[in-house]
Design a binder for this molecule. Sequence first.
Ligand SMILES: Nc1ccccc1C(=O)C[C@H](N)C(=O)O
Ligand SMILES: [Zn+2]
Ligand SMILES: [Zn+2]
Length: 210
Amino acid sequence: MEWFDISQPLNKNIAVWPGDTPFSFELSCTKEHSGSVNIGKLTMSTHTGTHIDAPFHFDHEGRKVLDLDIHIYIGPARVIDVSNYDSIGAKELSAYDLEGVSRLLLRTSSSSNPHRFPETITSLRADIAPFLQEKGVRLIGVDVPSVDPLDSKELPAHHALFKHGIHILENLMLHHVEPGMYELIALPLALEEADASPVRAVLKPISTKE
Ligand SMILES: Nc1ccccc1C(=O)C[C@H](N)C(=O)O
Ligand SMILES: [Zn+2]
Ligand SMILES: [Zn+2]
């Protein structure tokens, strides 16, 4: 089986967090102009499209993107469907056998439109963090722009997850992905100062037969 993309395409129609920097890609220099090459220029929020958060996003003392361990973002991942819940905590996840799962991706909705910022989202409750740490989870991925409710200022899920060693991946495209076991690659850019980074997130089914 082949790798497939679970990233939001980055283009001028992509939804951004209300009030945040609009996405733009343009050629700052064209081949006609330079006589040799096209040169792109990118302007975007670090939280646009499929991205990872670093603790510096919500904590001045927190680690930045380049300080994060790359092993978190490469390796086996389990996808589960939780689309029948409004919020997800230890109670909802206790229905699943997550023993030995180190990366967990939550499919919260059966459709997702990367061109529209959602009005409400399925959010995570802080009690999910100790629960997942106990199972050995190091990365949680969601198909929405935040793990906390959109109007949250305290960001309890963000804080609790990092406090329990669980890293955050947001804005995945999972509506077409069957629940199951996969190999994941979702590496951040080597951004030394950044609070977050866009990633190219891809999955490959783990099959028992080759
Ligand atoms: N881009 C923003 C602009 C303003 C205020 C929040 C955001 C966020 O992105 C927060 C969200 N909880 C996040 O972790 O991605
Ligand atoms: Zn973010
Ligand atoms: Zn976040």
